[in-house]
Ligand binder design. Structure first.
Ligand SMILES: Cc1cc2nc3c(=O)[nH]c(=O)nc-3n(C[C@H](O)[C@H](O)[C@H](O)COP(=O)(O)OP(=O)(O)OC[C@H]3O[C@@H](n4cnc5c(N)ncnc54)[C@H](O)[C@@H]3O)c2cc1C
Length: 401
């Protein structure tokens, strides 16, 4: 006998759990299927390698669903400034939250902190069932439901199946939804490092010929490094011993924070741009990286996913209140129209930045340095950039306002 749900979310990553929490406390019966067990406990002095720059808009969503305080209690580092400069010229731009009248531009949070806070919160809602670990084997459409068979033999029926299952989304694949995009022939090397000087609660980013190198502030003198470069250099940077790594990193960063004096963990991740042609099909919706993957140079990927989750929840709850079928394509289309345009605009801007700053052509080098300096002087343009970075622009879901 199949268990009956209104919404089944495949993927208990940051976006899938945000969606579950946005639907928490409603009259809908929700299940979350996550294939991998999740860590909720770790040594207090350890730092997770994967971190995200979280915008004000995402913070507001986390706060509305009741998960933010738990993230703050674990570890959140606010940053008030951002300094961006080009290795191939004198262009520099400095964003300061004080100019926007805000106490901060955003926060750096470890992904495991975000995920565990959302998991804890989701577990408190009676209408949410967490199935972890659980993996679906296959699903098929019935007239007004989707039937899902799990690997352990359980069967679920749902009015809406949501793919929050990451960039390789098996849900998207089985639904036959096509993607467009391209690889960047770049890997991001991530590392947690300790520097001689304080990071001054500032995000630092230097554009090097092979890609951007960012230092994101964490607690005390620790920073998370995101160094986008060729796959070959990335492999070398990850494989080399700590001492030469710290030396190369310090040099590449012009010793802005003094010497790099410690390194905890390192890993590398391939980068690509990917976008699905459809976010919805009858009884199917995609959110987060399942719908779009973006270059991390402006730290927007998960933030776009959080807004997808809040917008889909708002759409579904509105349909339910009006006693409409939440899985019908015409009701899901509102979500797609709402989020697709905004995600595409952000993805194309990031792609444009990546190409502009990666170009070895002299006229483009000159143009980008002039552009950085002009942005730095022109208060309205600078303000606009800051509002995008803080996630305060665009048609925001109610939970993000
Ligand atoms: C180097 C790097 C730096 C980044 N920095 C930032 C940043 O600063 N700020 C920012 O906003 N974004 C950043 N991003 C992007 C961000 O990490 C992603 O956008 C985000 O992790 C996507 O979350 P998600 O929940 O959509 O997908 P995922 O995190 O991929 O989660 C998908 C989940 O689905 C589960 N799953 C998959 N298949 C199944 C299945 N069949 N059954 C059950 N479960 C399944 C997986 O186990 C996983 O838990 C960065 C990305 C990279 C690569």
């Amino acid at each position: 006998m199949a268990e009956q749900y209104d919404v089944v979310i495949v993927g208990g990553g940051m976006v899938g759990l945000t969606l579950a929490c946005c639907l928490g406390g409603s009259a809908l019966r929700v299940a979350v299927l996550e294939a991998n067990p999740m860590a909720t406990d770790w040594p207090a002095d350890s730092i997770g390698l994967r971190v995200s720059a979280i915008t004000h808009a995402s913070r507001k969503v986390f706060n509305h669903v009741g998960a933010w305080q738990s993230m703050v209690d674990q570890r959140v580092t606010a940053y008030g400034e951002m300094r961006v400069w080009d290795a191939a010229g004198d262009g520099i731009v400095h964003f300061d939250s004080a100019e926007a009248g805000e106490p901060s531009l955003g926060c750096i949070v470890e992904n495991r902190v975000i995920q565990s806070a959302l998991l804890q919160r989701a577990a408190e809602f009676e209408n949410i069932e967490l199935m972890i670990p659980a993996r679906w084997q296959q699903w098929h459409d019935e007239q007004d439901h989707v039937c899902i068979r799990l690997e352990d033999g359980r069967q679920l029926r749902t009015k809406l199946l949501v793919g929050a299952d990451g960039a390789r989304s098996p849900v998207r694949e089985q639904a036959g939804i096509q993607t467009k995009g391209w690889g960047y022939d770049q890997h991001a090397v991530m590392a947690i490092v300790k520097t001689e000087q304080s990071h001054q609660h500032t995000c630092w980013q230097r554009f090097l010929p092979n890609g951007p190198l960012a230092f994101l502030p964490m607690h005390e003198h620790y920073s998370c490094v995101v160094w986008s470069t060729t796959p070959e250099q990335a492999a070398e940077l990850v494989a080399m011993n700590d001492a030469p790594f710290m030396l190369q990193l310090g040099e590449a960063f012009e010793y802005k924070l003094g010497r790099v004096v410690g390194v905890c963990e390192r890993g590398r991740f391939p980068l690509c741009l990917q976008h699905t042609l459809d976010y919805v099909k009858p009884r199917i919706a995609l959110v987060g990286d399942a719908a779009h993957a973006i270059h991390p140079l402006a730290g927007q990927g998960v933030n776009l996913g959080v807004l997808d989750a809040a917008a889909l929840a708002e759409t579904v709850l509105a349909s339910h209140t009006m006693r409409r079928d939440i899985g019908l394509l015409q009701n899901l289309r509102r979500y797609e129209r709402w989020r697709k345009g905004q995600n595409v605009a952000m993805m194309l801007s990031m792609d444009g930045f990546k190409r502009l700053f990666g170009s070895p052509l002299e006229p483009l080098k000159l143009a980008r340095n002039v552009g950085l300096n002009a942005t730095n002087r022109l208060t309205p343009v600078k303000r606009l950039f800051m509002e995008y970075a803080m996630g305060d622009r665009g048609d925001l879901p109610t939970l993000a306002r």
